[in-house]
Design a protein around this ligand. Structure first.
Ligand code: XIL
Length: 358
């Protein structure tokens, strides 16, 4: 009798523990009630079998880090280079995974030079239309969704960007000035014409700490709905750090969810190096804060976004080695779920907790 009771207790604990462990070893996608994505470089997928193994274990879908950006696809006018993006699309298809297209329109150095040179509004409108229709048609039925326009709103006041130069004097693609503030709506229309089945997203950063931008995006969505402009989703890049206020994260997730659109946390990473020092090594406390924030983001998304609107959570990179943050901040950081050897980190365990907590 006694042995039996001990056996039952043992089985109970053993099953409990092994469930938690199997969720962990099976990866994020098995633990998640919604799709998990990674931003990946097609070349890395192609050249590294261990990397392929990791991304297939954990992810339901992929975003190309750079390979689908306009200057990669069309470095010169009328030249289209789909090779690298096609590799990712084929890889995803062969493994029954989805691809989220990123991005048809972006204002900065990822817009091709030839596009930025056009100053005439009729010519530029036509160039954008041709580009979107060509690229949209190429990937029709191959990507499930697109970020149609990335980062259209100005950080300073939430109005449509109107700058021709960035702070370093580099030329920008100034669609807001040349085509007028309503250009975003027309880009969505062109994308919809090119691929009527694709879910079309507006994607941006910093809404969690920039109320003017958040307000502007919500106003745009309301306006698009009123006018019947096809928009199906909102992308929250969420390049955040350990100090990003939880209130802001929760607020933007709630307000976005209230639009009824698909909600994609599209580029998640959480930096720790607030001072942007070169020799940064995180303290135990900073690692703890990062983990806690990952858990908070995942839990909040699960709690607030209705299931039918959960497009998923995508992290911007897999291992810390392939994060874009160190180059961007010119500093050292460890913002992702896996270390440079693709071993899962404390942040990974917290992400899983965020996915599975009651
Ligand atoms: C980044 C890439 O990760 C880098 O490799 C590249 O040098 C710059 O762009 N917001 C976006 C992404 O929408 O496309 C950016 O990706 C990160 C910020």
């Amino acid at each position: 009798m006694r042995a039996k009771i001990i056996g039952v207790i043992f089985t109970f604990f053993y099953v409990g523990i092994s469930n938690a462990q199997s969720l962990k070893s099976n990866g994020l996608r098995d633990a998640a009630p919604f799709p998990i994505g990674f931003a990946v470089e097609p070349m890395m997928v192609k050249s590294d079998a261990a990397f392929r193994e990791i991304i297939l274990r954990h992810a339901d879908g992929f975003t190309a880090t750079n390979a689908m950006k306009p200057n990669r696809i069309s470095p010169r006018k009328d030249v289209y280079n789909f090779q690298s993006a096609d590799y990712l699309v084929d890889f995803a298809k062969a493994n029954n995974r989805r691809v989220h297209g990123h991005t048809l329109v972006w204002f900065n150095e990822w817009a091709p030079k030839w596009m930025k040179k056009i100053r005439d509004s009729t010519e530029l409108e036509s160039a954008m239309k041709v580009y979107i229709q060509k690229v949209g048609a190429h990937f029709r039925g191959k990507v499930v969704s697109w970020d149609v326009v990335n980062e259209a709103f100005d950080d300073r006041n939430g109005s449509i960007r109107q700058d021709s130069l960035n702070e370093k004097g580099k030329t920008l693609l100034n669609l807001g000035k040349i085509l007028g503030r309503d250009y975003v709506a027309r880009m969505f229309q062109y994308a919809h014409d090119a691929d009527p089945d694709a879910l079309l997203f507006y994607n941006d950063y910093g809404q969690e700490t920039n109320p003017a931008k958040l307000k502007a995006i919500l106003a745009m969505v309301a306006d698009f709905k009123k006018r019947g402009i096809p928009i199906h989703g909102l992308g929250l890049q969420m390049h955040s750090n350990i100090d990003t206020p939880e209130y802001g994260i929760e607020n933007v997730i709630r307000q976005f969810a209230e639009t009824g659109l698909q909600i994609h946390i599209s580029e998640l990473d959480i930096s720790m190096n607030i001072g942007k020092t070169i020799t940064f090594q995180p303290t135990v406390e900073q690692l703890q804060m990062q983990s806690q924030k990952y858990k908070f983001v995942v839990e909040t998304y699960r709690r607030i976004v209705p299931e039918r609107q959960q497009f998923g959570i995508t992290t911007w990179g897999v291992g810390d080695k392939d994060s874009w943050i160190p180059e961007f901040c010119n500093c050292t950081d460890f913002p992702l779920l896996f270390d440079e050897k693709y071993q899962s980190k404390k942040s990974y365990d917290s992400f899983i907790q965020g996915l599975t907590s009651k």
